[in-house]
Design a protein around this ligand. Structure first.
Ligand code: TYD
Length: 203
């Protein structure tokens, strides 16, 4: 069978990484071949992206680095999907629309449509995108203990990112679930959406 491509999105602290691991484990247990991947990627392009926000290069340069990382990542994702795997990506194109959409305000007119147009050749449309929704306050509380701080993790900025996500997630390929509860509950809800939307049943 052709594989499937599922992306997980949400603001910092939404729980994407934890839920991605739980989804991976459960789908494997059900006998599916699963690839768990993440953006920024663990390649030198992903490292360049991380440098670009640790050491501010400005919203435009940062945007093109995210897109360069995605262009390469998408090629690899296509091969995994073609080989029949279920690919679960912890962040993908909607992160750029939500975060760079906020960063580019006042720099380009209508940042999100601009980013979408620019992204067309480097994006594979996911079969399903799950948005883990939590309040900015809870997100900030959850990441407060993390050693590595990212410049994007500020209340005002994340409030804009969250608003962008809500707008983006009105699309048909999106499902929004409440990410504020315990991991087991959120993972159960995410798996229920995957079953319903993609027909990946227990087998
Ligand atoms: P994150 O998944 O939080 O990385 P880590 O596990 O290292 O904390 O992603 C890092 C940051 O990059 C996060 O604040 C969101 C941001 N980001 C963008 O601004 N645009 C993008 O396209 C992507 C993929 C991430």
């Amino acid at each position: 069978m052709r594989g499937r491509f599922i992306t997980l999105e949400g603001i910092d602290g939404a729980g994407k990484t934890t839920i991605a691991h739980r989804i991976e484990a459960e789908l494997r247990r059900r006998g599916y071949r699963v690839v768990l991947t993440t953006e920024p990627t663990r390649t030198w392009l992903g490292e360049a992206v991380k440098r670009s926000y640790d050491d501010d290069v400005g919203p435009l340069a940062e945007t093109f680095l995210f897109l360069a990382d995605r262009a390469r990542h998408t090629e690899v994702i296509r091969t995994w999907v073609a080989a029949g795997s279920i690919v679960v990506s912890d962040r993908y194109a909607d992160s750029t629309y939500a975060y760079q959409g906020a960063r580019l305000k006042g720099i380009v007119p209508d940042p999100i449509p601009w980013l979408r147009a620019l992204s067309r050749p480097v994006v594979l449309e996911p079969d399903l995108t799950i948005l883990l929704e939590i309040s900015v306050r809870l997100g900030l509380r959850r990441i407060a203990g993390r050693k590595r701080k990212i410049r994007f993790e500020k209340e005002r900025f994340l409030t804009e990112v969250a608003a962008n996500y809500r707008r983006i997630a009105r699309g048909r390929r999106h499902a929004t679930i409440d990410g504020s509860g315990p991991a087991a509950t959120v993972a159960r809800d995410a798996l229920a959406v995957i079953e319903r939307r993609l027909g990946l049943r227990r087998r």
